[in-house]
Design a protein around this ligand. Structure first.
Ligand code: TDO
Length: 180
């Protein structure tokens, strides 16, 4: 298991060791000790899975404290462009983002710390998106950012994106009163 770090502190990509043989492949999708040593911390209490077709964009989402969530995200089928935006008020990288392609054939994962808005674009039909969360779903604590806010400068890599009604009315970064 290897780890890649970014210019935005706290963000970690996990590159698992994959054991391939005639039957297929095996990898460890979670290792509390190794991941904690790499800076992936949290008490994981909920796992989620969604299925999206190509062109679906979900996000950008967060939950406000005390329901804030760190997430460990990956795809089990297909590919997704995963995007996280730093919304920690005192962060020197506030408003900046990291984008990582998650690929089911590479088994890579991304750690999303508390204080980031998170979203992804499905790059293939039937993309299965799996993630662990450090807090339970709390709909009353949901917050978000508009996925295509020009101020964010995110290249999603999809045309004619499919977006939920809820996500179409999320605020711009300039109007965000960040709770972090
Ligand atoms: C996120 C979530 C949704 N739901 C329900 C609420 C709703 O009826 C249905 C679909 O919810 P949403 O439209 O919010 O699903 P979705 O847009 O996939 O929301 C997710 O997006 C990604 C980018 C994230 O980062 C996640 O934390 C989460 O916000 O599922 C739960 O029951 N538990 C959950 O944890």
């Amino acid at each position: 298991m290897e780890f890649r770090y970014f210019d935005i502190p706290g963000v970690v990509e996990v590159l698992p060791r994959v054991f391939g043989d005639v039957r297929g492949a095996f990898f460890e999708s979670f290792s509390e000790q190794r991941m904690r040593e790499a800076g992936i911390v949290g008490e994981w209490v909920q796992d989620n899975q969604s299925r999206s077709d190509r062109g679906v964009v979900r996000g950008l989402h967060f939950q406000k404290p005390p329901h804030a969530q760190a997430k460990l995200v990956r795809v089990a089928a297909g590919r997704a462009l995963d995007v996280i935006v730093d919304i920690r008020r005192d962060s020197p990288t506030y408003g900046q983002h990291v984008a990582v392609e998650l690929d089911a054939t590479r088994y890579n994962m991304l750690y999303v710390p508390v204080g980031f808005a998170h979203g992804f674009a499905a790059l293939e039909d039937n993309t299965l998106f799996l993630y662990k969360c450090t807090n339970y779903y709390a709909p009353q604590a949901e917050g978000g950012l508009l996925w295509n806010d020009p101020a964010l400068g995110i290249q999603w890599g999809v045309e004619n994106a499919t977006i939920s009604a809820k996500d179409q009315v999320l605020p711009l970064l300039a109007d965000l009163d960040s709770p972090f």
